[in-house]
Ligand binder design. Structure first.
Ligand code: FMN
Length: 188
């Protein structure tokens, strides 16, 4: 499989092995090398003077652009996306100016979201900044899957199955490959 045959999950949590990582695994089993731990990278805040241009952000983007589907995986921290997810989104601004060549390649790319939180549902406003950003950048927003998680309580089989279904549905909207190779599952 090439990167063009697979989604890319941008794991934007403060725990590399926490609830959000587990959700990413449930949605896209067997795709460990397509999950990027954004928190482990050196990605600075957006700066008007491009002061952070030499950090890991542009390398991440260059590596991500061949994937037709990006999935932003974030916990809820204080009723919104994580700081890592927001910083990643802020830094997409770099692609509107200094690196327009990369920014143009976002057009038509698909974007989905995975989210965990301890509340029964995500806040009503949660998706708005994400789908507005996607629209601004010309990306196709495909929706969000939210899973409630409480500390110490394992992810239920039903939640795993629903997450896997979401992953399959997302990929189905992106993949134009024949049915026999349309599933992004390394075990297939
Ligand atoms: C700093 C912090 C803020 C949180 N804020 C919320 C919140 O506003 N709403 C909610 O439902 N859960 C909230 N939670 C719970 C987490 O979203 C939940 O435990 C999530 O599954 C953690 O994912 P992680 O293991 O990837 O960090 C918060 C947790 C932390 C540590």
């Amino acid at each position: 499989m090439t990167t063009a045959d697979r989604p890319l999950v941008l794991l934007a949590s403060s725990r590399a092995d926490g609830h959000t990582a587990e959700l990413a695994w449930a949605a896209f089993p067997g795709l460990a090398d397509c999950i990027v731990d954004v928190a482990a990278l050196r990605i600075g805040y957006f700066a008007y003077d491009d002061a952070n241009a030499g950090d890991d952000f542009l390398g991440l983007i260059e590596r991500s652009l061949d994937h037709p589907l990006w999935v932003l995986a974030t916990p809820l921290y204080w009723y919104t996306m994580s700081a890592q997810a927001k910083t990643f989104i802020d830094r997409l601004s770099d692609l509107l100016d200094a690196r327009k060549d990369l920014g143009r390649r976002l057009r038509g790319k698909a974007l989905g979201v995975l989210c965990t939180g301890s509340d029964p549902a995500q806040p009503s406003h949660f998706e708005e900044p994400i789908f507005l950003t996607a629209a601004y950048l010309g990306m196709r927003y495909l929706g969000c899957h939210y899973v409630q998680r409480l500390e110490g309580v394992p992810m239920s089989a039903a939640a795993r199955a629903a997450s896997r279904d979401f992953g399959i549905r997302l990929w189905a909207q992106v993949s134009r490959a024949p049915a026999s190779r349309g599933q992004p599952d390394a075990s297939a």
